[in-house]
Design a protein around this ligand. Structure first.
Ligand SMILES: [Zn+2]
Length: 105
């Protein structure tokens, strides 16, 4: 009787471990969904000392299609360069190089 319990207890423990294992391969899959890439400041990466308003094609890349300035949180620019970019965008807007806003399509 006692032997029978022992044999029953051992297989009962094994399926539990086997059942817990299949969850593991699913985890890296779930992990990938939240994997975040390190954002790098575009201005620092291109080694530009000062953001120039005349380089509007570069400055434009920091605006949305609607003309809004993209936040640091989204573009990953550093504080110093974000300040320069906003200044350049506002200058370009005043010079009618960049739009203040564009209508939604
Ligand atoms: Zn920077």
């Amino acid at each position: 009787m006692s032997e029978e319990i022992k044999t029953n207890a051992a297989p009962a423990a094994a399926p539990a471990a086997a059942a817990a294992r299949p969850e593991r391969p699913a985890r890296p899959f779930a992990k990938k969904r939240f994997e975040s890439r390190r954002k790098v400041c575009k201005v620092c990466a291109e080694k530009i000392d000062n953001v120039d308003y005349k380089n509007f094609q570069f400055v434009k890349s920091f605006t949305m299609e609607s003309g809004k300035i993209l936040s640091r949180r989204i573009t990953g620019t550093c504080a110093k360069h974000q300040r320069q970019i906003t200044k350049a965008i506002k200058r370009d807007r005043n010079l009618a190089i960049l739009p203040y806003s564009l209508p939604k399509k």
